[in-house]
Design a binder for this molecule. Structure first.
Ligand code: ZN
Ligand code: ZN
Length: 332
């Protein structure tokens, strides 16, 4: 009798164990980590509707006598990437200008009020209008987030031709403009005219951070959340927010073809595990701006493994950098 009871008990125990381990819900992001699926392979299943190219290298502080203050690169005919010179500002952020049939969207205005951002953008807009036999287009000025190195040129756009909107810097202005009703969980879209862009709330680096997914190029513009450089998290309460935004980006990238992850700075060398120290104004042999979408899973995996004990850690193509733990200039 005892043996039968023991066997029945063992059987019930096994059933219980399996029910727990086999049926316990796991997030889609966790499953992707476990399965090791390549986000880039997923992206490759759907070729971009509008391909584009990145330059072999960007201006990087090597020739301050001849480099332009702002480099303009046409990713393709309807999407432009601007980089501010490291000779002018060590932040050397990237700005993005996307054209639809009815509206153009400028993401960020750079890190220096004196930099010729409006002048440069205006020139690109006028050239684009001429190429497309148009006389005018509505220009929206918005931001990946409200840090000073992304908004300093805003005032240059006030009252200027074509400029219809300069989105405010506080969270209510940001959420209202994009159409969030439950930031950062819901996922509004903006249509520039045959150019639909998905907008994801991705706080963690900054409370107003958004990530844009351009359905025409399949570029994912991640601002300062993910880029080849120091992924700064500024306060302990931001850490779980950062982790959660990464998790949602992994899930988004598994459900939508992402060609490249494109952030707003470069602070890594081309060789793996080789960050420049924050503040460096000369970047010989720097990393490409664009990152394969697998970077999202790599960063999420590392951040998730830290749990609620974040650390400063150098990864192959970026640095997880909780600034409150190791200061801004930590470099390994
Ligand atoms: Zn920032
Ligand atoms: Zn920045």
């Amino acid at each position: 009798m005892n043996v039968r009871l023991v066997l029945i008990g063992l059987f019930m125990g096994l059933v219980g164990l399996c029910a727990y381990s086999c049926l316990a819900p796991r997030s889609a992001a966790d499953r992707l980590l476990a399965e090791g699926a390549s986000l880039h392979a997923l992206a490759a299943q759907a070729s971009p509707l509008e391909p584009g190219t990145f330059p072999a290298s960007w201006i990087h502080g090597a020739d301050c006598n001849n480099d332009p203050l702002i480099q303009v690169h046409a990713y393709n005919d309807n999407l432009f990437i601007l980089r501010q010179s490291k000779c002018d500002t060590f932040e050397a952020p990237f700005l993005f200008l996307l054209f639809g049939d009815q509206k153009a969207l400028l993401m960020d205005t750079g890190s220096k009020a004196s930099s010729p951002v409006y002048e440069t953008v205006n020139r690109v807009v006028r050239d684009w209008l001429q190429t497309n036999n148009m006389s005018s287009i509505e220009l929206i000025v918005a931001h990946t987030h409200s840090h000073g190195d992304h908004v300093k040129g805003d005032s240059q756009f006030e009252g200027k031709p074509f400029v219809s909107t300069i989105v405010g810097l506080d969270l209510p202005s940001v959420t209202q403009f994009w159409g969030f009703t439950n930031f950062p969980v819901d996922q509004p879209t903006i249509d520039l005219g045959h150019r639909v862009i998905d907008v994801l709330g991705t706080p963690g680096h900054h409370p107003t951070s958004v990530t844009l997914y351009d359905r025409r190029t399949h570029l994912l513009l991640t601002g300062d959340l993910v880029y080849p450089g120091h992924l700064f998290v500024f306060a302990p309460e931001d850490w779980p927010v950062f982790q959660e935004s990464l998790r949602r980006l992994v899930e988004f990238s598994a459900a939508n073809p992402v060609e490249w992850v494109v952030g707003c700075h470069i602070e890594m060398g081309a060789a793996p595990y080789s960050p420049f120290a924050y503040g460096t104004a000369y970047h010989p042999n720097e990393h490409s701006l664009e990152l394969k979408p697998d970077i999202l899973r790599d960063v999420y995996r590392a951040a998730r493994a830290m749990g609620d004990q974040p650390q400063c850690q150098i990864l192959a193509e970026c640095v997880i950098h909780p600034m409150y733990l190791c200061g801004p200039f930590w470099n390994g």
